[in-house]
Design a protein around this ligand. Structure first.
Ligand code: GN1
Ligand code: MG
Length: 355
């Protein structure tokens, strides 16, 4: 049953919203089992059990995704394109309501319902290089299948999402207008991130040689479905599929699979780069995208990790200086800790480069 914290996480105090939303789907039975699912910071997700069948319900965070209709349109475009291109590809599209809609509006909120793929599972932490390989292969496969689709047909669901130049300007803005106490407490970390600004400059110049394609933009391991043998099935969570650069996808895998501990780890001495995972990400990704990426792109595979880790450190610290308006905080200083964690990870990856 849905517990109170799960309601609160979604911004509700009781289950009325759920009843109302589920009414829109006439194939659902009464007496549904509901539990929270996943660990994303942005959307809220629940697993529903209706008779023999299972579903995944998601509330879209409209503070972040301003136009849920654009997401729905993108998913429709991808579903139609991939059905033609590779009918064997497992593409999980939202189910339609009785009225034929893919989104249900409740007040200011939007919900959607997916079928649960029986026999599949997700993982939250990469524990074996094989899992990193499989995930990288799935993200590579996804972009490879979409390589001939004009990326500009996709709607931009999050403008400037991975625009590092803009993220840096937002950081500078927070240094001017953010919480004075937090700014002075963060001096060391601020200075470190300022010293790394060359990553922004490198990105600006590399952009000229990188091709714009359709990328997933959120390649954490929990966005891959695995089968019972831990083989990758497909990628999920397609809200951020947008035109972009390969370094977003390759880089976020490095950011989230390379270290044995996540961005949440407070003991920074545990942060390190695992070479076998580095190899697995590279080989898995290139097993699909190797023929697609041009020579400059391939030569900048390592840079992708620096790019994404640096951007995440900037984003966490910016949010901390702005009193956690974007990510929220589970404890005092949460985003400061995560920013520090990412700064250490960045250093570790920079050292790894020279080995
Ligand atoms: C957010 O909600 P979640 O955990 O999937 C964020 C990502 C960050 C990540 C860091 C839309 O993703 O860009 O990398 O947190 N998504 C958005 O934990 O901002
Ligand atoms: Mg997710």
């Amino acid at each position: 049953m849905l517990n109170e914290p799960a309601c609160r996480q979604a911004g509700y105090t009781n289950l009325a919203f759920m009843r109302q939303v589920l009414q829109e789907y006439d194939f659902l039975e009464t007496g549904i089992g509901i539990r929270s699912l996943g660990s994303g910071l942005i959307n809220s997700t629940w697993l529903l059990e209706s008779g023999e069948k299972r579903y995944v319900l998601q509330k879209i965070n409209t503070k972040v995704f301003r136009s849920p209709e654009d997401i729905a349109a993108n998913i429709r475009l991808l579903a139609n394109y991939l059905r033609e291109k590779d009918p064997g590809y497992l593409f999980i599209a939202p189910l339609q309501t009785t009225g034929g809609a893919e989104l249900v509006r409740y007040g200011e909120d939007y919900f959607r319902l997916f079928p649960f793929v029986e026999g599949s599972h997700t993982i939250d932490v990469v524990e074996k290089p094989e899992q990193a390989f499989e995930a990288a292969k799935q993200f590579g496969r996804f972009s490879k299948l979409l390589a001939q689709l004009d990326p500009h047909r996709l709607k931009i669901t999050l403008p400037d999402f991975h625009n590092l130049g803009l993220r840096y300007r937002q950081f500078e803005d927070a240094l001017q207008n953010g919480d004075a106490g937090r700014i002075s407490q963060s001096r060391e970390l601020i200075a470190f991130l300022q010293e790394q600004k060359h990553i922004v400059d490198e990105f600006e110049s590399l952009k000229q040689t990188f091709r714009i394609r359709c990328f997933h933009h959120d390649t954490k391991i929990s966005n891959v479905l695995f089968d019972a043998q831990d083989k990758g099935l497909c990628v999920i969570d397609l809200d951020t599929v947008m035109p972009g650069y390969f370094i977003s996808d390759a880089g976020d895998m490095m950011r989230t699979y390379l270290s044995p501990v996540s961005e949440e780890e407070q003991d920074f001495s545990r942060i390190r780069i695992r070479p076998e995972y580095y190899k697995a990400i590279r080989e898995g990704y290139l097993s699909e995208m190797g023929d697609e990426l041009n020579a400059t792109e391939q030569s900048r595979f390592h840079f992708s990790g620096l790019f994404m880790i640096y951007m995440q450190a900037l984003r966490f610290l910016t949010d901390h200086l702005n009193n956690d308006v974007y990510y929220g905080a589970r404890y005092e200083g949460h985003n400061f800790v995560r920013a520090g964690n990412q700064a250490v990870l960045l250093q570790r990856l920079q050292e790894f480069n020279t080995i």
